[in-house]
Design a protein around this ligand. Structure first.
Ligand code: HEC
Length: 72
């Protein structure tokens, strides 16, 4: 599978549990902005699900995809 497909699947599994994809696709951010955002989401997910929601590797794949498709 392509890297992007893997990252997209991770986003479907890990991001869309809490909000619609439109909420994410609206935003454009710098790499730093996306990193901060996904860190915030990790914290929210830990509060809600009481466990680590994505691994460091998944974090990196998600941020890379977001920067490429929705960078500012
Ligand atoms: C535990 C639930 C949860 C998960 C999982 C989650 N989010 Fe969120 N997200 C929220 C909440 C709550 C808000 C704040 C309410 C709002 O603005 O809709 C939010 C807001 C956002 C925003 C708008 C605010 C901003 O900083 O621009 C973006 C973009 C976003 N999330 C992206 C993501 C991405 C990408 C993922 C996956 C890596 C993700 N979310 C996973 C709950 C979650």
């Amino acid at each position: 599978m392509m890297r992007d497909d893997v990252a997209a699947q991770i986003m479907v599994d890990k991001c869309l549990v809490c909000h619609e994809v439109g909420r994410i696709l609206l935003e454009r951010k710098s790499r730093k902005g996306w990193e901060d955002c996904v860190v915030d989401m990790r914290v929210l997910a830990r509060q809600k699900f009481h466990k680590d929601w994505f691994s460091g590797e998944e974090f990196r794949l998600i941020v890379d995809l977001l920067v490429r498709t929705q960078g500012s």
